[in-house]
Design a protein around this ligand. Structure first.
Ligand code: DC
Length: 218
């Protein structure tokens, strides 16, 4: 069974997806982490992240693996090295949407994501899971929240990770990424027609998990 969870940054997708996967014994696939890992490799090798040809070639020559740890956390391996922490740094967040715009990059990621999820009970979160990666997913959700709430959640999360970042910077980042992610030509962020829309603005994480769980078992 495939469960697709899409929505904008800061809506709570990954927190909810991770908890739900644990509760149901499903594999959790954080597709954003894959784009982040590739962005890290590009920056570390001084590759221009807007150069489609170079970035597509890089995607072909990069191994990205996701490992679900027993404690529910996720390990992200880039060519075999654990980069779980680095990929959350602001320097990655700043450029990742530019990398995710590139068709050649998305083609490689798409194949990788299908290979990881196929034939397994999986929960994938991202921007195009229900629309492009697994259009036949058994359950699809579009998780949203109002902009200020998303800014505040993401800010708290980053502070919790030990980053020194202002709310104003988080606001600018989310607004930039919302724009790039939803207006790009290939696989833009949008709700699949058959996805269940959930506005989490006034809900706790537990309430969102319970809601999804209820829908899945319906
Ligand atoms: O979910 P996240 O913030 O870690 O995602 C990082 C970026 O990757 C996001 O700005 C858009 C892109 N992304 C995407 O284009 N498609 C996906 N399925 C997942 C993420």
């Amino acid at each position: 069974m495939i469960i697709a969870i899409d929505g904008p940054a800061g809506a709570g997708k990954s927190t909810v997806a991770k908890l739900l996967a644990r509760k149901m014994g499903f594999l959790y696939i954080d597709t954003g982490a894959m784009y982040r890992a590739l962005t890290l490799k590009a920056l570390e090798n001084s590759i221009d992240v807007e150069n489609s040809e170079l970035m597509s070639a890089l995607a072909h020559n990069t191994g990205i693996d996701l490992i679900n740890n027993a404690d529910g956390s996720l390990k992200v391996l880039l060519d075999g090295c654990d980069v779980s922490k680095e990929i959350r740094e602001p320097r990655i967040t700043k450029f990742v949407s530019l990398v995710a715009k590139i068709k050649g990059v998305r083609d490689v990621m798409l194949e990788n994501q299908r290979r990881l999820g196929k034939g397994q009970n999986s929960i994938l979160d991202g921007r195009d899971i229900g629309t492009v990666v697994f259009p036949d997913a058994e359950k699809k959700f579009y998780i949203d929240a109002n902009f200020q709430e998303r800014v505040s959640r993401r800010h708290k999360e980053l502070i919790g990770l030990g980053q020194k970042i202002s709310a104003a910077d988080v606001e600018m980042d989310l607004s930039n990424r919302d724009k790039i992610d939803s207006t790009r030509e290939v696989a833009p962020l949008k709700k699949a027609d058959d996805a269940i829309y959930i506005d989490t603005t006034k809900l706790t994480i537990e309430e969102v998990v319970a809601k999804l769980f209820q829908e899945i078992n319906r």
